[in-house]
Design a protein. Structure first.
Length: 298
């Protein structure tokens, strides 16, 4: 059995850790309230942006000849993928960062044909250790996301797509569902597959049962219009993911610190029992020695 001094030293150490985790939980709770409100306010806009752009492409007659739309019959060609990976700059958030990294490492993203655009130091360090190709470092963006930051990332990725450095763009981030639930999510944002957008739009049209749908008319030309709208769409999705990632990070950290505090309290109670038992054993031993000494004198 450990000595009373060792037990007391360990209990004091855990109490200090418990105070830290309580403080971190309170800080994360305050940050979460602000980030949660921001995420809830911005989410409808980005959802509508995705729906609108998808509908435009579905009604474009399949004639869009630009890097943002993939024509039919190209599915079997090898692709070089670019992934915008959003994690945090700090740890102590449970499985928040590792779950996002697993979307890539356990998905269909081999190291030779994948370029990572990392947002957040934790994810950057993880994929760097695994040998993935990295392009840039946008870790500071996650501290306080602004739409201009999303535009900067979007321009870099769009340029790589247009130049042929990558063929597909994915977004790996964490969707904020509620305070205790955050969902790691991987979506493909570019290019659009003509088959996919037509199938999606056809399903909506069947539900509405309103008959045939007119093709989209563009002014100016289709390529010019989509060349302006689709980068805006991508920037919007990136910013929406950044906002949700901040809320998810604080929610995950709050939960992790709450669990850590509960575990610390359980350990403190357990060590308290061990300390009392050790103290009682020491008292019993002293009494036994006194009684034995008195008996020997008699």
């Amino acid at each position: 059995m450990a000595s009373m001094r060792d037990i007391k030293r360990r209990r004091d150490s855990i109490q200090s850790t418990s105070q830290i985790t309580k403080a971190m939980k309170l800080v994360s709770t305050v940050k979460l309230q602000k980030a949660k409100g921001h995420a809830e306010e911005t989410k409808p806009y980005f959802a509508k942006m995705y729906e609108t752009v998808s509908g435009m492409l579905a009604r474009s007659g399949g004639s869009a000849s630009n890097p943002y739309v993939r024509a039919k019959g190209e599915d079997n060609k090898p692709r070089k993928k670019g992934v915008i990976m959003i994690t945090s700059n700090r740890g102590l958030a449970g499985g928040y960062n590792s779950n996002v990294v697993k979307l890539i490492t356990q998905g269909d993203f081999d190291k030779e044909s994948t370029v990572i655009y990392p947002v957040g130091r934790k994810g950057l360090e993880a994929v760097r250790r695994l040998g993935y190709n990295l392009s840039g470092d946008y870790s500071e963006v996650i501290n306080k996301p602004m739409f201009g930051d999303a535009v900067s990332i979007g321009k870099t990725v769009t340029s790589a797509l247009e130049s042929g450095e990558i063929d597909e763009v994915y977004l790996a981030y964490t969707v904020f569902k509620n305070t205790v639930t955050q969902i790691p999510t991987l979506i493909k944002i570019l290019p659009f597959d003509e088959d996919d957008v037509h199938e999606e739009d056809s399903a909506k049209d069947e539900q509405k049962a309103e008959g045939p749908v007119a093709l989209m008319n563009y002014e100016p030309e289709e390529e010019d219009t989509l060349g302006y709208i689709i980068p805006l769409y991508m920037n919007s999705l990136i910013f929406g993911a950044l906002v949700e990632a901040v809320a998810s990070e604080n929610g995950a950290r709050m939960q992790a610190m709450d669990n850590a505090t509960s575990n610390a309290e359980e350990m403190i109670d357990s060590l308290g029992l061990q300390y009392n038992r050790a103290r009682q054993a020491a008292i019993t031993q002293e009494l036994t020695e006194i009684v034995a000494g008195a008996s020997a004198i008699e």
